[in-house]
Design a protein around this ligand. Structure first.
Ligand code: FES
Length: 89
């Protein structure tokens, strides 16, 4: 089970956490990944100074900016599910 966690602290909320959650939820549903991804939200991850919304994948923190949610999901989440680690392309 992969843990995917989106920060919903106030700074990340302003930077688009709500939209990102919607995007991830939609992708998880479309791809039928409910039983493979433990999708959560968290209060401030102490990453407010960084650009974008703080997202952790199995404890590793990333920052997702603008409309990058779909790309991020493909590269960091689906790639890990396939067992190949993050994609470098
Ligand atoms: S509010 Fe998201 S890291 Fe602080």
């Amino acid at each position: 089970m992969l843990e995917l966690c989106v920060c919903i602290g106030s700074s990340c909320h302003i930077k688009g956490a709500y939209n990102l959650i919607q995007t991830f939820q939609q992708l998880i549903e479309e791809k039928g990944l409910h039983d493979r991804i433990d999708f959560k939200s968290s209060f401030c991850m102490r990453q407010c100074q960084n650009p974008g919304v703080a997202v952790s994948v199995d404890g590793q923190i990333h920052h997702v900016t603008g409309g990058g949610g779909v790309d991020f999901f493909h590269k960091e989440v689906e790639a890990r599910l396939e067992g190949g680690g993050p994609r470098t392309v």
